[in-house]
Design a protein around this ligand. Sequence first.
Ligand code: GRG
Length: 295
Amino acid sequence: MNPDVAFAVWSRERAQRIESVLDARLAPATATPAQLHEAMRYAVLGGGKRVRALLAYAGGQLTGADTGVVDCAAAAVELIHAYSLVHDDLPCMDDDILRRGKPTCHVAFGEATALLAGDALQSLAFELLAEVAPRHPAAQCLLLARASGSRGMAGGQAIDLASVGAALDLQQLETMHRLKTGALIHAAVRLGVNCGRALTDVENAAVERYASAVGLAFQVVDDVLDVEGSATTLGKTAGKDAAQGKPTYVSLLGLAAAKERVEDLRAKAQAALSGFGPGARRLAEIADWIALRSH
Ligand code: GRG
């Protein structure tokens, strides 16, 4: 694709591309067990901003990776994300009925099928990385496993569930979000970067700073949108955190300071990319998009 096309064009093209990759890799809805496969496809296809896939593709551009090589990394991280949303929405967790503008997976298919769909999406993510990733598949699987496991996303979710009604301080809140949301966003960048040329130590440290800043910025914006957004624009229930008494950046800092924190993180992400050339363009654009998003 022409490297000069606008971000909106590039991101739309990549979102369509990952949709096709996911469509091709998910079992057909008619394959036995049909209800499970239908639920998996329902949870993954036809919705979502695809932020994590875009970050993987943009990370791949930084290191000159072949887009076809990045496909499986981008798909794997989106599959883990979709599984986490299905499980997060279950009655035993966040108990939500709306996701990506449609009924949540358990509302549409029942709790048992939704649980299994999440499990199977997780397995499929690792199957893709192990089977298709042409470079260092074991290292890529390790990276994704660590980001999504008990010391990453699942651990952050456990802290989140335990924090309802608790008085977390800012540092505890940040630790929770760095795990629950940041770890997978961080992994998305890394998985893409790893598909291309090897980076120097200095470059690797800069990528870490970038991924860490955008991972946290994404969550702070999510907290702001939970207050300022509506279910129509968000495609999910708005105002839930406050209703559940969950600590958020807005409840701890106030709206204005939370927005300042987003700006600070956006500046950090951009600064981290300053040593790279034009290959960092899409990562820079995604940092702006994450900070300025309205849904
Ligand atoms: C169940 C192990 C397990 C983990 C769940 C991701 C997560 C952890 C819970 C989701 C709860 C939530 C709303 C977190 C806020 C940030 C976030 C991950 C929002 C959803 O991600 P988007 O906005 O969703 O990228 P789309 O639909 O655009 O893909």
